[in-house]
Design a protein around this ligand. Structure first.
Ligand SMILES: Nc1ncnc2c1ncn2[C@@H]1O[C@H](COP(=O)(O)OP(=O)(O)OP(=O)(O)O)[C@@H](O)[C@H]1O
Ligand SMILES: [Mg+2]
Length: 326
């Protein structure tokens, strides 16, 4: 088995079973061992819902998985009860949430917060050993003077340092899979690059797999091995980063690339994608991208395109994927 996570035909949404408003429908992808998988798409397309479904953490929102499997190490997380999932969360799968500023407890020193998680996973350690391990973790994520920073309050740290503390917490159990949901959105550009580089390095050092969410294809190009593009609750294109960037087949992927400064010929202007993505509950019939797609034909308005394999490392759900559109 070369993958650590295999999500198959996942349908999930908010509300009561049978009446939920579906946020993701028919999502399938695999995260390979030791690799970084990038999930990309505009705001509201279902990236966080996909990530949170894996460990079923929704902060009390009424969430249901209506259909599908989430195979982790061959076991279906979607079929597990809360107790079984608790054993996996924070031990084998860690998640860094989208809002780093609110993820730390403001009334607790940062070292103690990391220590709490270390103690939960290794209850036999003495207080001194926990402290030592925390200092090692803080140093590992690039925090200088970790002995001193141990006693800092969250508000005394910059955004970048706080994000590093969260990464230290996520890594404290040496997870097999790290889910990082837009870990750098709230940070400025240079700090973003540092944090992403850190994740990249750590992945190789501790041999974990990473599911990295971003709305930025530039981040995918630099930091991911494999990728999937989401639109309106579905994956529209996926594959190795090399193949998708070399030969994007979905007009939406293409449009995202055209909105990327480094990818655009200086002679041409950046092309923002006209229109807005639809919200859950307001998805159009047929291909969900058709109202914004310059290549839509009659069939796209009626028929939902199937996700079809193009090569071993590339798949796309578009009626016009074989047409020479560009
Ligand atoms: N707690 C919730 N209750 C009801 N609907 C929700 C909830 N959280 C998300 N949604 C809806 O599910 C859809 C997908 O949202 P999601 O947060 O997964 O998108 P996203 O791709 O992570 O967006 P962003 O880039 O803004 O983080 C949206 O239409 C959103 O309104
Ligand atoms: Mg999100």
């Amino acid at each position: 088995m070369d993958h650590v996570l295999k999500v198959e035909d996942l349908h999930a949404g908010f509300g009561k079973r049978g009446h939920a408003q579906m946020a993701i429908e028919g999502v399938s992808f695999q995260v390979k061992k030791g690799r970084v998988f990038g999930l990309v798409g505009e705001s509201g397309c279902g990236k966080s819902t996909t990530c949170r479904s894996i460990i079923r953490l929704f902060g009390g929102a009424p969430f249901v998985i209506e259909q599908g499997q989430i195979l982790f190490d061959g076991k279906d997380l979607a079929a597990m009860n809360e107790q079984q999932l608790t054993d996996i969360r924070g031990r084998k799968i860690s998640m860094i949430f989208q809002d780093p500023m609110t993820a730390l407890n403001p009334t607790m020193r940062v070292g103690d917060q990391v220590g709490e998680i270390v103690r939960r996973n290794q209850p036999a350690l003495s207080s001194g050993q926990v402290r030592e391990k925390v200092v090692v973790l803080l140093r590992e994520v690039g925090i200088t003077s970790p002995e001193r920073r141990y006693s800092a309050w969250p508000h005394e740290l910059s955004g970048g340092l706080r994000q590093r503390v969260l990464i230290a917490m996520a890594l404290s159990c040496a997870p097999e899979l790290l889910i990082a949901d837009e870990p750098t959105t709230a940070l400025d550009v240079t700090i973003q690059a540092q944090v992403l580089r850190l994740l990249h390095e750590l992945r190789a050092r501790v041999n974990m797999s990473v599911l990295l969410v971003t709305h930025d294809l530039g981040v995918v190009a630099q930091h991911c091995d494999d990728m999937a593009v989401m639109y309106a609750g579905k994956i529209v294109e996926s594959g190795s980063v090399a193949e998708v960037f070399a030969k994007p087949r979905h007009p939406y992927t293409r449009a995202l690339l055209n909105a990327l400064p480094a990818h655009v010929d200086p002679q041409h202007k950046l092309q923002p994608i006209p229109g807005e993505p639809p919200a859950a509950g307001h998805f159009p019939d047929g291909c969900r991208f058709h109202p914004r797609c310059p290549f839509a034909v009659e069939r796209c308005l009626r028929e939902i395109p199937e996700n079809e394999t193009l090569t071993q490392n590339h798949a796309c759900a578009c009626h016009r994927k074989e047409d020479a559109l560009w």
